[in-house]
Design a protein around this ligand. Structure first.
Ligand code: HEC
Ligand code: HEC
Length: 300
């Protein structure tokens, strides 16, 4: 008996199926970046840019190996898919962002798309930065533009089949990237809303504190309930009902915890990346730390 499945006709049909499958994949995974006309004219506020750079935690991932305070990239960042080398954010034209336009930067931060059209790996938390106001994103760019340029070509990521993964991320972004902008809650105070904005946008707190679905998207039905650590090791605690569970007395107590961490005997503020996050929060003006604490302590 001959295997009819490999007949010439069947092979032709299979090839056609494969080609149309690839075509659908190609179209569905295409990037949808903003065009320059979508980006509003904006006068940069450098102080705001620095503040958002701090709460954004850019330095935690983009530090250079030579100087932990300079975001020239290259410090290995281990993820479940391999080792990434976060790129150079200083304005060096060859190895950094020196040649990037405003729309290039906004597309990376809010659409997860590189100027060359490749999708960016969501270990870079653009899924949270996407909720920021465009003006705030432009202020971060202005702040980065003002840093001294550092020449530092970072190593290529060590990820198997990266070009295919990048293209596939275009599909993932349909379900994994919600770029709805933050909407203030008129029933809450101005500082609560400022805290909510920091937590949900630049602070990207939910990237760790909200568990993920099997598709690695944020499980929004369990917002801030904690879960397995996204790095694959250990657990991230819940941010809900911190008062009821006796973790902190009041928002002031949490402000002290953010500012001092273990030095004042506060535990659960140092491991699994939270130590870096805490230091980034501690760099903010006290009113902003209080705003974050007010919002977090209101989560029930
Ligand atoms: C949790 C780690 C992490 C944090 C925090 C982070 N990044 Fe990144 N970022 C990355 C990684 C990893 C990449 C590489 C992604 C890729 O190659 O697909 C990246 C890529 C980028 C890119 C694209 C650059 C290029 O050359 O492709 C820009 C722009 C960027 N980050 C800006 C920022 C800014 C601004 C902040 C702070 C507001 C920030 N990042 C915070 C990890 C991070
Ligand atoms: C990189 C992952 C990550 C990010 C991003 C992150 N956290 Fe955490 N967070 C953790 C981990 C892990 C712990 C537990 C640390 C420990 O036990 O030492 C923690 C602990 C905490 C605690 C202490 C909880 C308790 O029970 O006392 C608070 C409060 C907190 N985080 C708030 C925040 C806020 C606010 C943000 C955003 C500005 C944030 N976290 C962003 C991983 C993260």
């Amino acid at each position: 008996m001959t295997l009819k499945i490999f007949s010439k006709r069947n092979l032709g049909a299979l090839a056609l199926l494969a080609v149309s499958g690839l075509l659908v994949f190609w179209v569905a995974s295409a990037p949808h970046p903003f065009s320059a006309a979508d980006i509003p004219a904006h006068t940069a506020n450098l102080e705001n840019g620095k503040l958002l750079y701090n709460i954004g935690g850019c330095i935690s991932c983009h530090a250079s190996e030579a100087d932990a305070a300079v975001p020239a990239g290259g410090k290995p960042f281990t993820t479940p898919i391999g080792v990434l080398y976060p790129p150079n954010l200083t304005p060096d034209p060859e190895t950094g962002l020196g040649k990037w336009s405003n729309v290039d930067f906004v597309n990376a931060m809010q659409k997860g798309v590189h100027p060359d059209g490749a999708h960016l790996i969501p270990a870079f938390p653009y899924t949270s930065y996407a909720h920021m106001n465009v003006e705030d994103v432009l202020d971060i760019k202005a702040y980065l533009d003002g840093l001294p340029p550092v020449k530092n070509a970072t190593k290529p990521h060590e990820v198997i089949a990266l070009p295919i993964i990048r293209r596939g991320l275009g599909l993932w972004q349909w379900i994994g990237l919600d770029d709805a902008k933050f909407i203030a809650d008129a029933k809450q105070s101005a500082s609560w809303n400022r805290g909510a904005y920091f937590v949900g946008g630049p602070g990207h707190c939910s990237e760790c504190h909200t568990p993920r679905t099997i598709f690695m998207t944020s499980d929004t039905s369990k917002m801030f309930q904690g879960g397995p650590h996204p790095d694959g090791k250990g657990k991230v605690p819940s941010l809900r009902d911190l008062v009821g569970r006796g973790r902190y007395k009041d928002p002031k107590d949490l402000v002290l915890a953010f500012q001092n961490g273990e030095e004042l005997g506060y535990d659960k503020m140092s491991s699994g990346g939270m130590g870096e996050v805490r230091k980034n929060i501690a760099r903010l003006p006290e009113a902003d730390i209080a705003a974050i604490a007010e919002y977090v302590m209101s989560l029930r």
